[in-house]
Design a protein around this ligand. Structure first.
Ligand SMILES: Nc1nc2c(c(=O)[nH]1)N[C@H]1C(S)=C(S)[C@@H](COP(=O)(O)OP(=O)(O)OC[C@H]3O[C@@H](n4cnc5c(=O)[nH]c(N)nc54)[C@H](O)[C@@H]3O)O[C@H]1N2
Ligand SMILES: Nc1nc2c(c(=O)[nH]1)N[C@H]1C(S)=C(S)[C@@H](COP(=O)(O)OP(=O)(O)OC[C@H]3O[C@@H](n4cnc5c(=O)[nH]c(N)nc54)[C@H](O)[C@@H]3O)O[C@H]1N2
Ligand code: SF4
Ligand SMILES: [Mo]
Length: 728
């Protein structure tokens, strides 16, 4: 039987509406949903191809156990019992902290799954929890916690009304951005220039976005944005571009700002950023003149060494100039309920890493410490690791060391849909579900935190049932809780209820009437957020709009700091700026002639997991290239396609060169997420020839940003040499 179903994609943040044909539990066609209330017919190649990733011959369909280096099929019962025994034993002998868990990016694309992961972790009573936040945007959470009271109090640019938008370290046309729901970003950003506004791309590389939307390209030397932003703030204060009444009423700490950025003049920043003082001053003029302006930053800034300080300056600028909480400026996210109030009233506990004593952020410890947490002997050493929907071996730091760490574990369990590089180290692999096999509402950042220039809500049923013995991760986690002696959320009563539900489900007639737990929870969230029942939402499958934004709906109303005011000068950030920036500036001055490596997202790559499809890696796309400016190529005697060696203290990789004047001289770019050779669980990806750029990324307590524990992937100093006699 053939039916048409309306749903939405859950690969990246636009969550584009899709219409699919389903026939005999197979998806036979995927089209953009022309009637989706926000995406209105927009979708990309990744979303439109999702069925191939769901039904790849490499899809895991039953539990596996590694025996003598080979994976063997086992039953769920055996897998759970053996894992349970081993985890219980390790906890008994080495303590609760000997068990850790990492979850990857797709987990955040289900609002329910993080809740289930937390339930399992609380049951395990371990603080050893890691996630991609510390490889992505923890700098933002760290700043938000201090300025706005909770990590999740995120602002976003009101793109559709802004007159001025500076895009710092983001490439919306390719990435579709982060921490904002913006389907069709290219068109919507281009509309700013079309209505007479201005778009500025601050980036060491001329991006696809810059080429397609136009606007001003401002090249900046990698990992120096913090000096640009400090000088921008300096200049705003110098010109008194400040809305004093607003600051007085709603913000604390303004009086400290002048001293914090006193040294960072436009002239001084120019010495390391490569952005001239005149250019910076002209940008400040344009920003201050605009009727609605926003500075927006993403991973280009986050993944340098000063993402926290840089983002702090950026938020201060948007706040004191009156752009925060006004249409056309930046808006404070607001979801279907006041999630940040809930967080502020129930703060999560802070844990500290055993290695380096770093505080947790949103309960996660820094992933760049995970290898050391596993490899360093002593009390609290991680001996068993669960990895769910992630690939920290490829996407985390210092991949060669990380491989050693995985290899040394006494027990590793992977919950995945394919056997990726990290899963290859697992003793047990449990097959999870693809998003099309789960019911959902838009991700937490969209529904609960409301990072949506156009607020909306939506519900989708699952489209098809999962293949073979794949099981919903929510089920897997509650089963693991039970079997590992780790009652869900540490509550034996709750675990008993869950176990009873599980038994009822198996009773033939009664079980059929039982609403599965994910639906039940999604219904509760929707009703709690005043969006109605799932049945009501099913009647509006293309989504429902949730009204428009207004100015002045944050300040004085829902600032959840103890003072109910925005804290402009959190003491530890003030201190960090004073101690760190001058020293790093000196270091920067000494290395202006060195080559810096940055990452690069590509249209046909999604982190490390879309290379397992022929269409995504055909022809020249089957590898990654080292992009290098013609001047540098000439200096280093590198020709197009020639193999080059890229090295630093951490590691060495080789890649073919691609010469391009899109880069600024002194910067090279190498796309991340490659290096699948030898990964026999990925039959297509293993034939690609790229290299893993994160072999060059440092890990450990001395290498990560001190406040947020975030990794350093952008602006890594490297040596680049031609390998003579070889070409790609
Ligand atoms: N050099 C460098 N490194 C980086 C970055 C960078 O810019 N430069 N970016 C960082 C960022 S922003 C991030 S978020 C991290 C990402 O790091 P990770 O999240 O650890 O890596 P992914 O490759 O996204 O792994 C996701 C895994 O989930 C699986 N998966 C996909 N869809 C589903 C699904 O529907 N269900 C289930 N169960 N599993 C699914 C895929 O098979 C894949 O193996 O990497 C970081 N690493
Ligand atoms: N096609 C595709 N889409 C994706 C992903 C993917 O892997 N592929 N990943 C998804 C994920 S997990 C995330 S978090 C988002 C991220 O979304 P974005 O943050 O927009 O990611 P990128 O496209 O990597 O953009 C980072 C930009 O920063 C620039 N940059 C590098 N170093 C610096 C620097 O020091 N300063 C400045 N100013 N710029 C710098 C790079 O040239 C690049 O253009 O994308 C998501 N969407
Ligand atoms: S842009 Fe992102 S959400 Fe939209 S179809 Fe593509 S992958 Fe899916
Ligand atoms: Mo990310």
């Amino acid at each position: 039987m053939k039916s048409k179903k309306v749903t939405f994609c859950r690969i990246c943040e636009p969550l584009c509406g899709l219409v699919v044909d389903v026939e005999n539990n197979h998806i036979t066609n995927i089209k953009p949903d022309q009637n989706h209330v926000v995406s209105k017919g927009y979708a990309c190649m990744k979303g439109l191809s999702f069925e191939r990733f769901r039904t790849t011959p490499d899809r895991l369909t039953h539990p596996l156990k590694k025996v003598d280096g080979q994976y063997q099929r086992i039953s769920w019962e055996q897998a759970l019992n053996e894992i349970g025994e081993k985890v219980k034993n390790l906890r008994k002998v080495h303590g609760d902290e000997s068990v850790g868990l990492y979850f990857g990016n797709p987990v955040s694309f289900s609002p329910l799954l993080p809740l289930f992961v937390m339930g399992f972790l609380k049951g395990l009573n371990t603080s050893k929890f890691f996630n991609p936040g510390s490889l992505d945007l923890n700098n933002k959470f760290a700043v938000n916690e201090r300025m706005y009271g909770t990590g999740m109090a995120l602002t976003f640019p009101d793109v559709d009304r802004a007159e001025f938008l500076m895009i710092i370290g983001s490439n919306p046309t390719v990435s579709k951005m982060s921490m904002i729901h913006l389907p069709h970003p290219t068109e919507r950003i281009k509309a700013i220039t079309e209505r007479g506004g201005r778009v500025v791309h601050l980036n060491p590389r001329r991006t696809e976005t810059a080429k397609q939307v136009g606007g001003d390209q401002v090249f900046i030397r990698p990992d120096t944005d913090v000096y640009f932003l400090a000088a921008f703030l300096h200049e705003v204060l110098q010109r008194d571009g400040v809305k004093h009444q607003r600051v007085l009423e709603h913000m604390n700490g303004f009086e400290h700002l002048k001293a914090i950025v006193a040294d960072w003049t436009p002239e001084k920043q120019a010495q390391v950023t490569g952005v001239s003082a005149d250019t910076l001053r002209a940008l400040v003029s344009a920003y201050l003149k605009a009727d609605g302006a926003a500075l927006y930053a993403s991973t280009g800034l986050n993944l340098g060494r000063n993402g926290t300080l840089g983002f702090w300056f950026l938020e201060i600028i948007n706040a004191i100039t009156g752009n925060l909480d006004r249409l056309g400026g930046t808006l404070m996210g607001q979801g279907i309920f006041d999630y940040n109030k809930l967080l502020a009233e129930n703060p999560s506990p802070t844990n500290y890493s055993r290695i380096g004593n770093f505080p947790s952020l949103c309960e996660g410890l820094p992933t760049p410490l995970l290898a050391d947490e596993i490899l360093t002997p002593g009390e609290g050493q991680i001996r068993a690791l669960f990895v769910m929907s992630g690939n920290p071996l490829m996407m985390g730091t210092n991949s060669n060391k990380f491989a050693k760490a995985l290899d040394s574990l006494e027990l590793m369990i992977s919950i995945e849909i394919v056997r990726n590089e990290t899963a290859n180290y697992a003793d047990y692999i449990l097959p999870g579900t693809h998003f099309a096999e789960r019911p959902d509402i838009p991700i937490a950042f969209t529904s609960m935190i409301g990072l949506t220039p156009v607020p909306y809500y939506q519900y989708t049923d699952r489209l098809v049932s999962p293949p073979g013995e794949c099981r919903d991760e929510a089920w897997i986690l509650t089963q693991l809780s039970n079997i590992c002696g780790a009652p869900f959320y540490g509550s034996k009563a709750l675990q008993t209820v869950l176990n009873t539900c599980e038994r009822i489900k198996k009773i033939p007639l009664l079980g059929k009437q039982f609403t599965p737990m994910p639906e039940r929870l999604l219904g509760m969230i929707s009703r709690f957020g005043k969006q109605g029942s799932l049945n009501k939402l099913r009647r509006s499958p293309h989504g429902v709009l949730r009204g428009d934004w207004k100015s002045n709906n944050y300040l004085g109303k829902r600032v959840h700091t103890p003072s109910n005011k925005v804290e402009l000068a959190p003491p530890d950030l003030v201190e960090l700026a004073a101690s760190r920036l001058p020293a790093m500036f000196k270091e920067e001055l000494e290395q202006t002639n060195k080559i810096k490596l940055i990452s690069k997202r590509e249209r046909f790559s999604h982190n490390a997991w879309t290379h397992n499809d022929e269409a995504f890696v055909k022809g020249k796309r089957n590898t990654n290239y080292l992009y290098i400016h013609p001047q540098d190529a000439k200096k280093l005697d590198i020709s197009e396609g020639q193999r080059v060696k890229i090295s630093n203290d951490i590691g060495v990789v080789e890649a073919p060169a691609a010469i391009s004047d899109d880069l600024m001289p002194g910067t090279v770019a190498l796309p991340q997420g490659w290096g699948h050779q030898g990964s026999d669980g990925l039959s297509v990806a293993c034939k690609t020839t790229g290299v893993n750029s994160n072999i060059l990324a440092a890990d450990g307590p001395n290498q990560i940003e001190p406040i947020s524990g975030i990794a350093h992937f952008n602006g890594i100093v490297v040596q680049v040499e031609a390998i003579t006699g070889k070409s790609a």
